[in-house]
Design a protein around this ligand. Structure first.
Ligand code: IPM
Ligand code: MN
Length: 353
């Protein structure tokens, strides 16, 4: 098969980890006889530096013509600490999600058996955890009207959701649940927010079409606690944009390292794959960033292409590396390997097994 991949490495450690994902993809293409064409596009702070725009039109065009987008990371401290900044790197990512229609963000959370001791949570609590967060990605408070009063002393960010927006991600979550343990937990704040009440109303109605799927509801504050107290209870978490953002960082603690979590952002026409970790500016150029989340994001991309065996190969290769302790310092602070070394190990293992 031949596929065109738009590669948006972005900021910080993005280029370093994406380079390793590409090594793994090259190995897969050699082994399975595929052709992956890679075209690179600018996004984020590097795009602002070079063009003044965090998402140049050229990048958007590249992405809309590709079969998938492989994304690195976004963000730069020089913007984080400047509340007056007119353009921000993150605007590039948000516009990309919106313009590509990537409304469904999928974040799987698994506890790797050989990493149970890595987590600050107790082994017994996290052993066997396997759930997936379905986060709505193009609506809610992230995209509502925002602004300041004339005096500048008041600010607002509106949170809105429509029936259609809730239904389309709801459908994805129900379909995912059917292929898993058939349980959805809708996380909201329906005791306070009108948008949450609309979510409940619509998801409850949809549940009638999926009689095999059980559904329960959890307020987000309680969900934040349950993630730590008893994460095994979850199968598919369905939630709105900002709650999903916050809960997915919390959930990363279960897996032992944020450097291990991949994600997929799916729309009706396009799809993007990216590690959940940020641009980690402190690590840039030090060859210490964990490339596994990027490699696993590439695995999610292969699944999306229908290349299931190839995808399984990437998952099992990462698991093997973790078992063999071929890991970066976030996982193995004493004997941690470099980013490049882990990337080379993964690519070689794919070719030699
Ligand atoms: C994420 C990130 C983004 C978000 C930022 C970089 C805009 O935190 O993908 O989780 O808040 O969605
Ligand atoms: Mn986030």
């Amino acid at each position: 098969m031949k596929k065109n991949i738009a590669v948006l490495s972005g900021d910080g450690i993005g280029p370093e980890v994406i380079k390793q994902a590409r090594k793994s993809l090259d190995a897969i293409s050699k082994k399975f006889g595929h052709t992956f064409e890679h075209d690179e596009g600018l996004v984020g702070a590097v795009a602002i530096d070079q063009t003044g725009d965090p998402l140049p039109q050229k990048t958007l065009t590249l992405c809309s013509q590709a079969d998938a987008i492989l994304f690195g990371a976004i963000g730069d401290p020089k913007y984080d600490n400047d509340p007056q900044a007119k353009v921000r790197p993150e605007q590039g990512l948000l516009k990309l999600r919106k313009d590509m229609g990537l409304y469904c963000n999928v974040r799987p959370i698994t506890a790797y058996p050989s990493l149970l001791d890595q987590s600050p949570l107790k082994n017994t609590q996290i052993q066997g955890v396997d759930f997936v967060i379905y986060r709505e990605l193009t609506g809610g408070i992230y995209f509502g009207e925002k602004g300041r009063s004339i005096s500048g002393e008041q600010a607002y960010d509106h949170c809105t959701y429509s029936k259609a927006e809730i239904q389309r991600i709801g459908r994805q979550a129900f379909e995912a649940a059917l292929k898993r343990r058939k349980k959805i937990t809708l996380v909201d704040k329906a005791n306070v927010l009108e948008t949450s009440r609309l979510w409940r109303e619509i998801i409850k109605k949809m549940a009638a079409d999926y009689p095999e799927v059980s559904i329960d509801f959890l307020f987000v504050d309680n969900a934040a606690m349950q993630f730590i107290l008893n994460p095994k209870q979850f199968d598919v978490i369905l939630t709105e944009n900002m709650f999903g953002d916050i809960l997915s960082d919390e959930a990363s603690v279960i897996g032992g390292s944020l450097g291990l979590l991949p994600s997929a952002s799916i729309g009706d026409k396009n799809a993007m794959f990216e590690p959940i970790h940020g641009s980690y500016p402190q690590a840039v150029g030090k060859n210490i960033a964990n490339p596994m989340a990027s490699v696993l994001s590439a695995a999610m991309m292969l699944d999306h292409f229908g290349m299931h065996e190839e995808s399984r190969q990437l998952y099992s290769t990462v698991e093997h590396a973790i078992d063999q302790k071929i890991c970066t310092v976030d996982i193995d602070p004493i004997q941690g390997r470099g980013t490049e070394e882990v990337g080379d190990f993964l690519a070689e293992w794919i070719l030699n097994t």
